[in-house]
Design a protein around this ligand. Structure first.
Ligand code: FES
Length: 371
């Protein structure tokens, strides 16, 4: 011990083993170790059983991470609107969530199980003290660290070492894949039109897309003629193609297609109108069609005030000036409601020559028109 008897001499330290140095370090730090006895006999059957349980969690974590990467890279994700492919696609995001959750939860469970069943309890009481640590405290701290490493079982069990390394690497792999995902797959580079900015008003094979009234009956088809609209009138319409006729599933499903609902308006003759640049020919006389999905947070706009010609969103009171390309004039919304082009066929029914040229709904980082 030192001259004042409070700290051991160098020779005393050299004689101490790792455990004694650890205890001494705790004592010098005013820490009283109450219990750090091993839970199992080192290398004994109890410890091996506990390590196998921990390893099982880490293996499950690895499988979850592998599943995540496989789903991310290989699972069909393109929007196809109907059919078994679409059912599969609708599971893309849930499967990412499920596999990610399995990986993270199994990793957490493995760490928990490890600390509860393999590592010693390490119950200690520490007194508060000030000032920097003396050299002896630094040395004993290092010894304590080595001792803790020994107690974790990592040095004794190759299985534990390998599985914890694999689980940690796999988890880092998930983070890397999500960070670098856009370098693996660019969602904007696809064969067909970009799914994020395509609605059911886009006809993949050029078939004409008509305006269908929402009558409340998911299976009835009522097309719209210009004369069905009185000045100041408002109608909610959905897309319809003749190939859907007689297909109850498609007819009802399209009514639930969130980004395809449209409001059709007719202005009274003489109403002053300001057209959006590049969309001057989207209207048909006094008939204008706008997306029904609010550009603030996606609520359906549903009220039309005839005196002010404003379309109102009930959620946060954004008002869109209908006769000025539905630009937002009040409330939190900022973008105009996208306008749908209109035309009339030889039988007198309204149809949309093509899809919106702007993204529908909220949350878009750019409102550049699509070419
Ligand atoms: S969703 Fe329409 S104003 Fe907020």
């Amino acid at each position: 011990m030192s001259e004042d008897g409070s700290t051991p001499s160098e020779r005393d330290l050299d004689r101490m083993d790792v455990r004694e140095l650890g205890r001494l370090g705790a004592h010098l730090d005013d820490v009283e170790v109450v219990d750090d006895s091993p839970r199992h006999e080192p290398g004994g059957p109890g410890e091996r059983r506990a390590i196998r349980r921990v390893a099982a969690w880490f293996v499950l974590s690895v499988l979850g991470a592998i599943g995540f990467v496989v789903v991310y890279v290989l699972w069909p994700w393109q929007y196809t609107s109907t059919g078994p492919q679409e059912t599969l696609r609708s599971w893309f995001t849930p499967m990412l969530g499920i596999t990610f959750a399995i990986s993270v939860l199994a990793l957490a469970m493995g760490l928990l199980e490890w600390s509860k069943t393999v590592a010693p309890p390490d119950v200690a009481i520490q007194q508060r003290h000030d000032g920097p640590s003396p050299p002896v405290a630094q040395r004993t701290f290092a010894a304590r660290t080595v001792e803790i490493l020994e107690q974790t079982g990592l040095r004794r069990s190759k299985l534990l070492r390998r599985t914890v390394l694999a689980a940690g690497t796999a988890f880092a792999g998930i983070l890397a894949v999500t960070a670098l995902g856009s370098l693996i797959r660019n969602p904007w580079r696809s064969e067909g039109p970009a799914p994020l900015v395509t609605t059911e008003w886009h006809s993949p094979d050029g078939e004409r897309t008509y305006l269908r009234m929402d009558t409340g009956d998911p299976h009835s088809v009522t097309l719209v003629r210009p004369e069905d609209m009185v000045p100041g009138g408002l109608l909610t319409v959905f897309p319809f193609r003749e190939s859907m006729r007689g297909d109850p599933e498609k007819l009802s499903k399209i009514l639930r297609s969130a980004d395809s609902s449209v409001i059709l308006l007719r202005f009274a003759p003489g109403t002053p109108v300001v057209e959006q640049i590049g969309q001057e020919d989207f209207n048909l006389g006094g008939l204008y069609a706008y997306s029904k999905i609010c550009t603030h947070m996606g609520c359906p706009v549903s009220l039309f005030e005839q005196t002010t010609l404003r379309i109102l969103c009930p959620c946060h009171q954004t008002e869109f000036q209908a006769n000025e390309y539905a630009r937002a004039v009040f409330g939190p919304g900022a973008r105009p409601l996208p306008q749908l082009p209109l035309a009339v066929d030889e039988r007198g029914y309204l149809y949309a020559p093509h899809d919106f040229i702007e993204p529908v709904g909220p949350g878009f980082w750019s409102r550049e028109p699509r070419g």
